[in-house]
Every structure is written in structure tokens, then in C-alpha cells.
Write a protein that binds this ligand. Structure first.
Ligand code: PLP
Length: 429
């Protein structure tokens, strides 16, 4: 796109829907001309330090030469080709890598177009698996409160029923069984009562439940809850005991964000089905994957349907697969876990002063995620304007102001992001 033509904000305002906004009273949008490393450049000339990694995805920052080269190379061969009856090197190479880096039992890969779709596919896998075993009646899911799994209908039906769109679509969404959100925090003591409570739900509902779906260790958009690995271990154990499949949604946590390649590693468990997305392509384009075990895949394939009933048009898109391969290779070669652990140290120090503020109820850091929770719902338009004046890109939601910067961020960038949060909150005390 030409950088010389001004971006038509008026057209944008009158015709284009942005995420979760109104068409009559939209939140302001900031025209961006380009982005480089962990910096975002506004049309007005400002340079912002990125604290969001474009919603968990741009782990290497923007305009990365290695990722650019992967896309350019692939463009010369083909940007897209249907995946029905055809295969290609980028897809095969990517799935080899995914099988290698995910927990060992996950051997079968379904490539889908977005995180929400990978969740839909995971749910289909679970339902089809039980049908293939001749077990009927397992047509509900179990999931904790405070979850977030996407905006398509099946995914939405397992999002937190209070802080989501459930009431809006009442009567249309399938009904599932919600268990209490994990309470014991990561790094603190585990309250074993949580297991007994979980067990009562498993005991009461197991015959109706096909799968338990959960975001491992970090519940993201549902409240940035960093919970104790023992909770996840208990869920795995109960799923085995009560013949329920475990779906782990690592769309946000995958690829190092929590300090492990995959957050399930904190609990040393393996799910039956794993969803990944967001950082999969290093934030370059949309792609997701649902992985499962031999047992589930063979079960589905030997069932009555004989096939998994899903096949998106852009399945296995070669451009997306090629850049995903390059991104994973880059994460491996630069030792992303070391970068994440450094950011963790910097965030811990730089966000600490926020604890002194009256309006701050909690400050928590895990991996390359820093959260400042306040006692009031934040006015997004207003606070975002202040952040931009301070040269940072941070987009809070609800009572949460949080950072999940690209892994390439340097210490002064993390400090500036953290100080901006402090400055904006302190100015209101
Ligand atoms: C973002 C997210 C999704 C949905 O992914 P999309 O690509 O936005 O459809 C699902 N689950 C979790 C945990 C997410 O963070």
C-alpha cells in the first residue's frame, strides 16, 4: 500500500467494523503506516513501543527479515493451493515440526484457519471420537469459569458465561457444564479443596461429557488468571478416571509465552487434543492447528463416519505454513525461552512500583506476561490516548492493564512500557 495517501479515517469510521465495537459510537482507531521490530509507527509520525505483540502473535516483532524471506520464497512457488487431494512441502515440514515440539503423544495434525476454528475442530474430534466408540450421550463439554476460547458459536459456548456474550445469544448456544475457575495462583500454595470440588462435578456429569476444555496455566481474555499447575494435573487425572477427553487450548500460551514452549509442561501433563494459533506464524498471518493422539485419530477414522468432518477452503495455506516453519526455527535458534525469562525478570522489577498505587489490586508476572489489575473498569479510549502520548501501545480490557511484548523487546522498552502504566495510573490518584 502507498504510504503517501492519507488513511481515510472517515470511511473507516462510517463503514468498517473493528473488533468488539459499535458502528455508531466506535472507539477511536489510530492509523498505522508500518511496524518494525517492536515498534509501531503512526501516520502522525509517532513511534510507539509495542506492549501487545498484536494479541500474543508477533513474538519476533514486525517486519522480520527471516520471516519476510520465508514468505517471499514461498510466493515464488505458490501462495495457495487447495489441500483436498493435494499436499505440499510447507505443510509437511510444518506438521513435522509441530509433532516434534508438542507433547510426544500428539501425532496427528489438523491445520485450520484461526484459533476459534481450531477449537471447533477440537470439539468435533471429541464428539466424533465417542460416537466412534459406540458411546452415545456424551454431547456436552465441561470447562472452568473465566475461560476464553474464541468467538465462533461452539467456542463461544465454552467462554466464561458471565463475562461474555452468553446472555446475548441465550437459547442459541449449547448448554455446557461450568466448574469453578481455578483459584490457587501460580507460585503460591495449592488448595486441595479445588480437587474435591472438581470431583463432584465429574462424578455428577461424566456420562454427558465428551471433553473438558481449558487454557493451561493462564486463562487469558477471561481474566488473565495465572493458576496453579496442580489444578491442571487434577483435571488430567479426573478426565482419565471418568473417561473424558482433555482439550488444552494453547492458542495464547503456546510458543514460549509462559516460560515453557507449551504451558502444559508446567504441569507435566499431555492433553488428548491441543489447539494452537496466534504466535504459530510469528504473527504474520492467520493459521491454527489442532493436534491429537493416535488413539483419538484412529478412533474417529474407524468410526461410522470414517472421516473427520471438517475442511476449510484455505486449509494448509502454503504461505502461512512456510512462515510458521520459519518462525518456529527462529524461536529454536534464538533460544526464545531465554528471552522470555529475561523479560520476566525485567517485568518483575519494572512493574513492582505499581503495587504502591491505591487503585491497583494486584500485579502479577508469568513468563513474558505482566498484568496490573485495578479496582475499576478502565476507560479504554481515554487511557489509550494517554499511553500514546507516552509513546507506548497498550490496550487494556476491563480492570486489566497488561503487557505481552514481542520476545525481542529490550530492557529499556520493557521499562518504558511499565513506567507508562505507573504514570497513567498515578496521575489519577
Ligand atoms: C485468541 C484465542 C482464541 C481465538 O483465536 P482466534 O484466532 O481469534 O479465532 C481461542 N482461544 C484462546 C485461548 C485465545 O487466546
Amino acid at each position: 500500500m502507498s504510504k503517501k495517501q492519507p488513511i481515510d479515517l472517515n470511511f473507516d469510521k462510517n463503514h468498517i467494523w473493528h473488533p468488539y465495537t459499535s458502528m455508531t459510537a466506535p472507539l477511536p482507531v489510530y492509523p498505522v503506516t508500518h511496524a518494525e521490530q517492536n515498534f509501531i509507527y503512526l501516520e502522525s509520525g509517532e513511534k510507539l513501543i509495542d506492549g501487545m505483540a498484536s494479541w500474543w502473535s508477533a513474538v519476533h516483532g514486525y517486519n522480520h527479515p527471516v520471516l519476510n524471506a520465508a514468505v517471499n520464497e514461498q510466493l515464488k512457488d505458490m501462495s495457495h493451493i487447495m489441500f483436498g487431494g493435494i499436499t505440499h512441502a510447507p505443510a509437511v515440514e510444518l506438521c513435522k515440526k509441530l509433532v516434534a515440539i508438542t507433547p510426544p503423544s500428539l501425532n496427528k495434525v489438523f491445520l485450520a484457519d484461526s484459533g476459534s476454528v481450531s477449537v471447533e475442530v477440537a470439539i468435533k474430534m471429541a464428539l466424533q471420537y465417542w460416537l466412534s466408540q459406540g458411546i452415545t450421550g456424551k454431547n456436552q463439554l465441561m470447562t472452568p469459569h473465566k475461560g476464553y476460547h474464541g468467538d465462533t458459536f461452539a467456542a463461544m459456548s465454552v467462554c466464561d458465561p458471565v463475562n461474555s456474550m452468553h446472555s446475548l445469544y441465550q437459547g442459541f448456544l449449547p448448554q455446557h457444564v461450568f466448574v469453578p475457575a481455578p483459584q490457587s495462583q501460580f507460585g503460591e500454595e495449592f488448595d486441595h479443596n479445588e480437587v474435591s470440588i472438581l470431583e463432584t462435578y465429574f462424578n455428577q456429569h461424566h456420562q454427558d461429557i465428551a471433553a473438558f476444555i481449558i487454557e493451561p496455566i493462564v486463562q487469558n481474555a477471561g481474566g488473565m488468571n495465572f493458576y496453579h499447575p496442580e489444578y491442571l494435573k487434577a483435571v488430567r487425572h479426573l478426565c482419565d478416571q471418568y473417561h473424558i477427553l482433555l482439550i488444552c487450548d494453547e492458542i495464547a500460551t503456546g510458543f514460549g509465552r509462559t516460560g515453557k514452549w507449551f504451558a502444559v509442561e508446567h504441569a507435566q501433563i499431555e492433553p488428548d487434543i491441543l489447539c494452537i494459533g496466534k504466535a504459530l506464524t510469528g504473527g504474520y498471518m492467520t493459521l491454527s492447528a489442532t493436534l491429537t493422539t493416535d488413539k483419538i485419530a484412529i478412533g474417529i477414522s474407524e468410526g461410522e463416519a470414517g472421516v473427520l468432518m471438517h475442511g476449510p477452503t484455505f486449509m494448509g495455506n502454503p504461505l502461512a505454513c512456510a512462515v510458521a516453519c520459519a518462525s518456529i526455527q527462529l524461536l529454536q535458534s534464538i533460544d526464545c525461552l531465554k528471552q522470555v525469562s529475561q523479560i520476566n525478570d525485567w517485568l518483575n522489577v519494572a512493574l513492582a512500583p505499581c503495587r504502591e498505587l491505591k487503585c491497583v489490586t494486584n500485579v502479577r508476572v508469568l513468563g513474558a506476561i505482566g498484568v496490573v489489575e485495578v479496582d475499576h473498569i478502565v476507560d479504554v479510549a481515554d487511557i489509550q490516548k494517554r499511553f500514546i502520548e507516552l509513546g507506548v501501545w497498550i490496550r487494556p480490557f476491563g480492570k486489566l492493564i497488561y503487557l505481552m511484548p514481542p520476545y525481542i523487546s529490550k530492557q529499556p522498552d520493557i521499562e518504558k512500557l511499565s513506567q507508562a502504566i505507573y504514570t497513567v495510573l498515578a496521575s489519577r490518584e
